[in-house]
Design a protein around this ligand. Structure first.
Ligand code: NAG
Ligand code: NAG
Ligand code: NAG
Ligand code: NAG
Length: 958
């Protein structure tokens, strides 16, 4: 080795020492062409919050935010521009082609930005080194470029939260991505890939996570020849359209930790083969609605299971085998057991107490009959295993038919319990709480919902010291007590207080405090004293059916301006309706019926444009109907009956074109029936003007009311002829349409929630025309008999003449027919005997003549002679006068019919209507219109949403 070369070597060694020493300082700077490309990229990007402010031409691009260079080569290898900030910092604009200059890019993350529904740029398929591509939530949409398939090194592809779009994508491109470990195509429309999507996925042997939720996949193949992607750990195929059974090949994915098939329409029974999936931690098959049969034993061996969601299916039988199985794991991991809304029954096994990780037990909406085995079956021993569930936080047991007795022993160790629900909204739960008044619970509850169980007669003392309570729902609980002082002393700030349907009495203090948007329901108790006045946070207030007295506080509207629903009906309130109610600008339901309110109705209605139910019936309100009610353009129910209102109908009312029920009966209103009721209010189901002083004729426009089911103008001073166009009232002759069915079901739903038990199906059956006690003259138009669905026709006490239409037999459904006190003549048409539903007939005091027809069950009706009396020339049974032509002898021993109080049935119906007129009627009427009006639908869902939140507690809804 020469000297020179030796020196050279020493120098090189020295140099390399320096390089090693200062290595980090001498990291290669960013490449000029890549920097230029990034600057070009930035120029085309919209960056509202200036997130790319560090990207300046003079700088080293490797230092820029989101840019990561290789330590060795200085090339940009990662671009991370994910928006983890609020939406106003999302990048947008165009993605410039220049980005392709970043030839060594391995990671590209543009997630959570907003590219406003543009396509994924084509050139993304040309990043030859790309391993990680995350475009989730970046508002790309449309066709995914096919050349993504060229990204053969790609391991991670996330297109999740793809903008929903009708553009159908294929999946051929996926088979090019051999290295893929993670694939998320959530929201990408894969409808047309149904026949081959699984085969394509099966070409990806390295796949660990597959997320294809909401991809409109319709076909989950029953079999595939060979499952290649057996490394798969997470499989999410939720929210698709699968309607088959769960295929067997799934059980070959033995590395699965999470299987999510919720919200499909999967069918059939669950297989014992779930036992193969021993790594499973999360299984979600909820909301398939069609999965049936028993919980398989195979599920009970999955000791790693942390979360099992099978709610909203049709599972039945006992859960004992499953729970027994799991309880044998050395360390059962199950935290969430959600079996809500199935048909499960039997007992809860005592082994449940061994699932010591259990935090969420959701068993609502099943048919479990016994919570604690009643003592006679267990020889006096009540299993206290529940008390061992120290981790238990949320226990949803409501909507089951629990029986037996809950003592403090069962709650003794539930120290983590925060939320509990049990019972159902009815009086018929046979579960009794027997908890001594000095027991101190180990839990600190936030939410308690105990319905229909026997908790009384004292106010439940275990709530003492529960100072974290936010929602208290204890109704139908047999409590007859006053609200105890200790409850008030806790000084809770509540979101919900619902103690409806008890016998609570005494005054309700104004000192209760409420959180924003809170609900109070004290209905159907014996509360007395002045109406309470609470904080402005209240949005719903139900105080109906108590003994509150005195005036409505003058400042109620300024005190609680955010009120949306207010029902203070059926109390003893007097005085006037305070003007301040006009401040409740969001009010939708205003029900003050059945009190002693007097004075005039304030003219403040234009400040409450959201109102759709106004019920002030059964008070002593006087004066005119204020014109501003006509500004309630969405009004559905206007019920002002049984007051002392006078004057004419305000012409502005014609703007209320959405009205379904206009009930102004039993007042002192006068003037003519305005024609616009018929021409403008085409949704009217109920028109009730009875017992007023209306004059003039029935305007023919009334015949336009094609969905009318109740027309009652009786007891007025109306005159003229009954218009022949009544035959056009198609509501009385069409079968119930789907719209009506929806209406009916909507009401049933309410009934199911127990809100209005006495309602049952009565309105469904009502089809009634009552024109009685007026001065109508002329003949009964034969057209009226085309209204073949009519249940009640009352034309009595008028001046009608001529003959009863011969076609009267067409009234297939008629139950009540009253033509009494008129001047009708001629024979009773023989077709009357075909009215097989008839049970109240009155033809008395006319000039009818000839024989009384006989036949069918008309005979049974016929035994009461008073229904024919006052017709001098009628003859035959049951009248004493014999006809000339001998009649066949009547059947002996037929009993007299029911009371012939003609109005009886209708009065009863109206009693029901006015009893229920609060928001209940609103409910059913509403559902009917949902089909038609979007605006109403929105309102309705707001309203129902609130109601459901109160009744159902929607925490678990999807
Ligand atoms: C480059 O080197 C730094 C400092 O040693 C290190 O923190 C960083 O992770 C390295 N980056 C890459 C991409 O290897
Ligand atoms: C699955 O794997 C087998 C064996 O490795 C292979 O022969 C077959 O082609 C693969 N199937 C698909 C669809 O890629
Ligand atoms: C599932 O696994 C079994 C046993 O390992 C094997 O015999 C069968 O062929 C596999 N089925 C599929 C569809 O891959
Ligand atoms: C599943 O849906 C398809 C398409 O809607 C239908 O043809 C098929 O009968 C359904 N299968 C079952 C089992 O319901």
């Amino acid at each position: 080795m020469s000297k020179v070369s030796f020196h050279r070597l020493v120098f090189l060694l020295f140099l390399s020492q320096i390089l090693i020493h200062f290595g980090s300082c001498l990291r290669p700077r960013c490449k000029e062409n890549e920097k230029k490309a990034l600057i070009k990229f930035k120029e085309n990007i919209i960056d509202p919050s200036n997130r790319l402010s560090s990207w300046i031409i003079g700088g080293d691009c490797c230092e820029w935010s989101g840019v990561i260079c290789s330590n060795k080569t200085g090339h940009v290898i990662k671009l991370n521009l994910r928006n983890s900030f609020p939406s106003n910092s999302a990048l947008g604009g165009a993605i410039d082609f220049s980005l392709l200059q970043l030839k060594y890019l391995t990671d590209l993350d543009l997630s959570m930005n907003n590219f406003e529904g543009t396509q994924i740029p084509h050139f993304f398929g040309s990043f030859a080194e790309l391993r990680y591509l995350n475009l989730s939530g970046a508002s790309f949409s449309g066709k995914i470029p096919q050349n993504i398939a060229n990204l053969s090194r790609l391991q991670y592809l996330d297109l999740g939260f793809y903008e929903p779009d009708s553009v159908e994508n294929d999946l051929q491109w996926v088979s090019g991505l051999h290295s893929l470990k993670y694939l998320n195509l959530e929201g990408v429309n894969l409808y047309t890939t149904s026949s081959y999507w699984l085969q394509t996925i099966n070409t990806l042997p390295s796949l660990l996570e597959l997320h294809l939720p909401q991809c409109q996949l319709m076909n989950l193949p029953k079999s595939i020849p060979f499952v290649n992607f057996t490394s798969l750990s997470i499989l999410d195929l939720s929210n698709n359209g699968f309607n088959s059974t769960i295929p067997k090949w799934l059980f070959n994915l033995t590395n699965l930790k999470s299987l999510d098939l919720n919200s499909n329409s999967l069918q059939g029974e669950l297989s014992d083969m779930f036992s193969e999936l021993t790594s499973l931690e999360n299984l979600d098959l909820s909301s398939n609605f069609e999965i049936e049969g028993r919980l398989p034993k195979g599920l009970g061996v999955l000791c790693n299971l942390q979360k099992l969601s099978l709610d909203y299916n049709r599972l039945n039988g006992s859960i004992a085998e499953f729970v027994d199985g799991l309880s044998q794991c050395t360390n059962p991991k199950l935290e969430t057991l959600n079996l809500g809304y199935n048909n499960l029954d039997g007992n809860l096994p005592s082994s449940l107490g061994l699932l010591n990780s259990l935090r969420y037990l959701l068993l609502w909406g099943n048919s479990f009959t016994e919570l604690y085995l009643s003592s006679n079956r267990m020889g006096g021993e009540i299993p206290q295993s529940f008390g061992q569930l120290k981790s238990m936080s949320v226990m949803e047991l409501r909507d089951n038919s629990w029986e037996g007795i809950v003592t403090e022993a069962h709650l003794a160790n539930l120290s983590s319990l925060r939320e509990i629900s049990i019972g159902r909204f009815s009086r018929n739960v046979s579960l009794k709480f027997d908890i001594s008044s000095d027991w101190t619970p180990p839990f600190v509850l936030k939410y308690v919902k105990i319905q229909g169980c026997n908790l009384g007669p004292k106010f439940p003392s275990f709530l003492r010291n529960q100072t974290d309570l936010e929602r208290i729902i204890i109704n139908f609980a047999g409590i007859s007590d006053v609200i105890p002082d200790w409850f008030l002393e806790m000084d809770l700030e509540l979101h919900e207080l619902d103690v409806a349907y008890n016998q609570l009495s005494g005054r309700v203090p104004n000192s209760l405090r409420f959180k924003t948007d809170s609900n109070v329901d004290l209905s159907s108790n014996n509360f007395e004293g002045p109406l309470p006045l609470w904080s402005s946070n209240l949005t719903t207030l139900y105080l109906r059916d108590n003994k509150f007295s005195g005036p409505i506080p003058k400042n109620i509207g300024t005190a609680m301006p955010f009120m949306t629903d207010m029902d203070i009906s059926r109390n003893r309130l007097n005085g006037t309706i305070p003007f301040s109610i006009g401040n409740m600008a969001a009010l939708t339901t205003f029900v003050v019926s059945s009190n002693y309110l007097n004075g005039e109705i304030p003219d403040f209605w234009d400040s409450m444009p959201m109102l759709y139910i106004v019920d002030m019936s059964n008070n002593t309100l006087s004066g005119k109907i204020p014109a501003s009610i006509g500004n309630l353009l969405g009004l559905k129910f206007l019920v002002l009956s049984t007051n002392n209102l006078s004057g004419i109908l305000p012409p502005s009312l014609r703007n209320c074109t959405e009205l379904a029920s206009l009930d102004l009966g039993d007042n002192k209103l006068s003037g003519k029936i305005p024609p616009w009721i018929g021409s403008k209010m085409s949704s009217l189901l109920i028109l009730r003007l009875r017992n007023n002083s209306f004059t003039g004729t029935i305007p023919s426009q009334i015949c336009n009311l094609s969905v009318l089911h109740i027309l009652d103008v009786s007891k007025n001073n109306l005159s003229g002829e009954i218009p022949a166009c009544v035959g056009n009232l198609t509501g009385f002759k069409t079968e119930f349409t789907s719209e009506h069915t929806a209406l009916y079901q909507g009401r049933l739903q309410v009934v199911a929630k127990g809100r209005l038990l006495q309602y049952d199906s009565i309105l469904y059956l009502v089809n009634s025309v009552d024109l009685s006690r007026n001065s109508f003259s002329g003949a009964i138009p034969a057209e009226i008999t085309t209204l073949f669905r009519l249940g009640t026709l009352n034309l009595s006490t008028n001046q009608l003449t001529g003959e009863i239409p011969a076609t009267i037999g067409r009234f297939e459904r008629i139950e009540t027919l009253d033509l009494s006190m008129n001047g009708l003549s001629g024979h009773i048409p023989p077709s009357i005997v075909s009215l097989t539903f008839l049970n109240h007939l009155n033809l008395s005091y006319n000039n009818l003549s000839g024989p009384i027809p006989r036949g069918n069950q008309f005979e049974t009706l016929n035994v009461d002679p008073t229904i024919y009396e006052g017709n001098s020339f009628l003859c035959g049974f049951p009248l004493p006068a014999k006809c000339y032509r001998p009649e066949i002898a009547p059947f002996p021993g037929v009993d007299a019919g029911e009371s012939d109080d003609d109005n009886d049935e209708l009065e009863r119906v109206w009693l029901f209507i006015s009893v229920g007129m609060g928001f209940f009627v609103g409910f059913w009427g509403f559902c009917g219109s949902l089909v038609i009006k979007k605006r109403w639908r929105d309102l309705y869902f707001n309203y129902v949403g609130r109601l459901i939140n109160r009744i159902v507690d929607c925490r678990n809804c999807r």
